[in-house]
Design a protein around this ligand. Structure first.
Ligand code: N01
Length: 500
């Protein structure tokens, strides 16, 4: 089916074997691997007008990947043309566009359709998938690839709507607004902020950076790949593989320093020394040094990489405000000390609504079970991919698949391999549905939570978006990616219920 007819048929109920929701790294990977396994009857439903997920949406100045690009790409589609070790966001988006063309995926994508509901009909063994725009799909399988970093999180600060200037979130950058010679407030000091601040500091008149908790920031060891190097990668792909392998082993090697951090005091001290050196080499003012130095174990919040963040803070036109914001008035933020900061623009670098896994998607499983209800306080799955009571439904980057150090693309590929194997086993048995056994899922999550309690994320002395209100960590995987890959390589038939 071509794109036009795919779009046209969205208003009637369309029957397909598989619905994939989302066309970011996850959805595209699923589509590519399904095709390779012989599955061609699938549709990718995308809410936006273009593919690319988080790399389409995040276009803020300075946006780049903080994992080396040769590792932050599909293992089966390496890219010799990356310009830098840490590629800019626009290159990653272009890479995904290129993948969609290479694997002829565009004709499977239906754009500007936001999936709002998926309901399982046990008798027919089919999912009924509905979009906000009125389209309906009936499918045997649904793969949810909506990602954790897809919905901007706006802080709950009194008076946000009263601000009379321009305000926007980093994930929804307003490119029609020039920041030149403006007084700009940036709220937040996470991964997005440390990229935005150095990029805009040289052009704005005044930049006020509101910090609630300082991050640990390590130097970024980066190089621009020369034309000769790119030629080498293109003509001798083994060199690219070697480089990817090097990055992979480096990231895997650091993982135990975070997952079993009390057993690795030297690793922790090493990270802390590097981060402190990064502060000292850029900031001369002892009081400012003190204010940007975290009081929790490195890695508890995501470790950030930057060579230009601290130098930006040391600029004359940049002020770090570490007093808490209590409200926003029409002229700007007011802090606990009562000071008002008059600004023209407020940039919210306040992250994503990560804990809302379903992002408003209404999923109804066996016996009318509502996933949003079940996941409200306890988002649990098996291998982050299947969840009991919801047959033939698969998640990519679902609960406990996030990483503290490595490339999430490795996890996505592992999950997709598991899904493909589930479908293969299902066909081999002549079964119609597959569901993870509740007890298997329960034991697995008990194991995860027990292991996570010993990690730096849970007990490193900070509060981060990795942790839910109840203190549990439903976000991160507590081991190496090697372990995750081993556990997802094949579906263990004993873990699942197959129904004919
Ligand atoms: O968001 P964050 P992000 N008043 O949640 C602060 C990925 N990513 O967009 O630390 C004042 O990390 C909040 O303060 P605190 C990556 O996985 C990847 O930066 O909670 N401040 C924090 O400083 C990353 O982990 C890349 O005390 C408030 C900040 O806002 C994830 O996205 C690039 C506040 C939010 O930081 C999210 O990163 C960018 C308030 N009311 C992002 N509310 C790559 O390079 C929140 N904050 C791959």
């Amino acid at each position: 089916m071509d794109t036009a007819s795919a779009q046209a048929s969205t208003q009637a109920t369309r029957r397909v074997r598989i619905v994939i929701i989302g066309s970011g790294f996850s959805g595209l990977c699923a589509a590519i691997k399904l095709k390779e396994s012989g599955e061609h009857d699938f549709v990718i439903v995308e809410r936006a007008a273009a593919l690319g997920g988080t790399w389409r949406d995040n276009t803020y100045p300075g946006c780049a990947c903080d994992v080396p690009a040769h590792l932050y790409s599909y293992s089966f589609q390496l890219n010799p043309a990356w310009s830098h070790t840490y590629a800019p966001g626009s290159e990653i988006w272009a890479y995904l566009e290129h993948c969609a063309d290479t694997y002829a995926l565009r004709r499977h994508i239906v754009f500007q359709q936001t999936v709002t509901a998926a309901k399982f009909d046990a008798d027919a063994c089919r999912w009924r998938v509905e979009t906000k725009e009125g389209a309906t799909y009936e499918a045997q399988f649904v793969i949810v690839g909506i990602g954790g970093l897809s919905n901007a999180s706006w802080p709950k600060i009194d008076g946000v709507s009263t601000f009379s200037g321009v305000q926007f979130h980093t994930a929804e950058w307003n490119h029609s607004v020039s920041l030149a010679d403006k007084r700009v407030a940036v709220i937040g000091t996470g991964a997005s902020a440390i990229q935005v601040v150095p990029a805009i500091a040289p052009i704005v008149k005044k930049l006020l950076l509101f910090q609630r908790t300082p991050p640990w920031v390590l130097p970024r060891i980066e190089r621009r790949y020369s034309e000769g190097r790119k030629w080498l990668f293109a003509h001798y792909p083994a060199t690219m593989r070697l480089l990817r392998g090097f990055f992979y082993r480096m990231q895997e090697g650091v993982t135990p320093w975070l997952t079993q951090f009390r057993d690795h005091p030297r690793g922790q001290r090493f990270i802390e020394r590097m981060a402190r050196h990064n502060i000292e080499r850029s900031i001369k003012d002892p009081a400012l040094r003190e204010r940007v130095t975290p009081r929790y174990a490195p890695g508890c919040k995501r470790l950030l990489l930057s060579n230009d963040y601290y130098p930006a803070l040391a600029r004359d036109n940049v002020t770090l405000v570490s007093d808490a914001i209590t409200r926003i008035t029409p002229s700007g933020p007011v802090t606990a000390s009562g000071e008002t900061y008059d600004v023209d623009v407020i940039v919210y670098a306040t992250g994503f609504a990560v804990s809302e896994y379903l992002h408003g998607l209404h999923v109804t499983g066996l016996g009318g079970r509502e996933l949003s209800h079940e996941w409200q306080h306890k988002p649990e799955a098996y291998l982050g991919t299947l969840t009991s009571g919801f047959p033939n439904l698969f998640f990519l980057t679902g609960p406990n698949t996030g990483l503290g150090t490595n490339s999430v693309v490795v996890i996505i590929e592992a999950q997709v391999a598991l899904i493909v194997d589930c479908l293969r086993q299902l066909s081999a048995r002549g079964a119609r549905s597959i569901e993870v056994i509740a007890e298997v899922q329960r034991r697995y999550n008990e194991e995860l939570q027990s292991r996570l309690s010993r990690t730096v994320w849970n007990s490193g002395g900070c509060r981060s978006w990795y942790l839910a209100e109840n203190g549990h960590n439903y976000t991160l995987w507590p081991g190496t990616t090697r372990e995750f890959r081993a556990r997802t390589q094949q579906a263990n038939p004993d873990d699942y219920r197959f129904t004919n």
